[in-house]
Design a binder for this molecule. Structure first.
Ligand code: CP3
Length: 343
């Protein structure tokens, strides 16, 4: 039977007259109702692990804007925490984790089947959402890609150039690869449970894929993503997947075929014309409005939005930003974007 949900239609390869739309970080600090619910939860991690409140913040942008998809409210760093890493967030700075630099740090990590103890509340959030979302809204689950998650586990924080992760990769490849394997295996179990709980699509965020050179890109961005997708497909044959190898540049070319991803999400460092010609020829693409337009707004936002819609109009496309909406964005600018897409 033909599905009615526009996101699922685009993922099935249909070229729609109006692209479906959602935004990375659509539940976030730019929304006053998010800030209020986060204050009620106490802090960001308490919000992630409170299924009722996490479902509430997931629903907030759906109520306000009527996006075509909702993305589970959680974080890619919950997997390291479930594997036994310490995790905390420093307000105004970002995440901090215990580091992995030598074998004994790795030996302390838990196994792939031990993660659910920590992650059970996330599956409950998914169950609440699959019950409470409007019938035409697609529910997207997600996880970080192993390389990106490893960069945080190794350094213990976000880094501008992923230096510590590159140093471990080049200095102790066996340990680096063992860590990548552990994250990959845990991610398969985590996403499987999200799908069993009701996620209809899963997205894999490789935010730091752009710092891998071509040989490393094949080994540490393509291969783990391919393994996650093929294992999930073995368990859920019809599951659509979105892969986001951010700032991959030429690495975007052929990424659908190399990984088996249904859709490739594109950041805003490449033009939509380039992406249409080089990537959309292979299947559905998602993207790629510069998030700064959500801060600055006006005619430039309207024009950039319509430019992207036109550039991708001849193939399957899900409209999105090229990266997450930022806390300083104006919530009214989202209406300008939606008006420019939907008319
Ligand atoms: O609305 C959504 O997009 C769903 C929820 C979601 C969050 N993080 C919530 C969040 C998703 C999909 C993520 C993914 C994520 N988390 C990524 C990959 C995508 C990307 O942004 O490149 C990464 C690298 C992380 C790790 C992370 N989480 C960092 C580096 C930070 C601090 C930076 C920041 O934006 O504050 C977070 C915190 C975070 N994750 C917030 C939210 C809403 C802000 C937390 C707050 O409320 O203070």
């Amino acid at each position: 039977m033909m599905t009615q949900k526009t996101i699922l239609r685009a993922l099935a390869g249909e070229t729609l007259p109006t692209p479906p739309v959602w935004m990375m970080r659509q539940a976030g600090r730019y929304l006053p109702e998010y800030r209020a619910t986060r204050a009620q939860a106490g802090d960001f991690l308490s919000l992630c692990y409170n299924p009722d409140l996490a479902a509430e913040v997931t629903l907030q942008p759906i109520r306000r804007y009527g996006f075509d998809a909702a993305i589970l409210f959680a974080d890619i760093l919950l997997v390291p925490q479930a594997l036994g890493a310490d995790l905390w967030f420093v307000t105004g700075e970002g995440p901090r984790l215990s580091t992995i630099t030598e074998q004994r740090d790795f030996d302390r990590l838990k196994g792939k089947h031990d993660i659910h103890e920590t992650l059970n509340p996330i599956y409950e959030t998914v169950r609440i959402l699959s019950r409470d979302l409007p019938s035409d809204t697609t529910l997207i689950g997600f996880a970080g890609a192993p390389w990106t998650v490893a960069t945080y586990m190794i350094a213990g924080r976000g880094t501008p150039d992923q230096g510590p992760a590159h140093a471990l990769k080049d200095g102790n490849r066996a340990l680096f690869e063992a860590l990548l394997d552990r994250i990959t295996e845990a991610t398969i179990e985590y996403l499987d449970m999200q799908v069993q709980a009701g996620a209809e699509v899963v997205k894999i965020f490789d935010s730091w894929a752009g710092s891998l050179n071509s040989a490393d890109f094949a080994k540490y961005a393509i291969a783990p993503t391919k393994r996650i997708i093929s294992e999930l497909r073995a368990r859920h044959p019809d599951l659509p997947t979105i892969a986001f190898p951010r700032q991959a540049n030429d690495g975007y070319i052929g990424f659908h075929a190399a990984t088996g991803a249904t859709c490739v999400a594109i950041d805003n460092s490449v033009s939509p014309e380039w992406a249409a010609q080089k990537v959309q020829v292979d299947g559905c693409v998602q993207g790629n409005l510069d998030p700064k337009h959500m801060v600055t707004g006006g005619a430039a936002l309207r024009e950039a939005t319509q430019h992207i819609v036109r550039a991708f109009a001849n193939g399957p496309h899900i409209f999105n930003l090229g990266h997450g909406i930022t806390p300083d964005a104006d919530p009214d600018n989202v209406h300008i974007m939606l008006e420019a897409i939907r008319g």
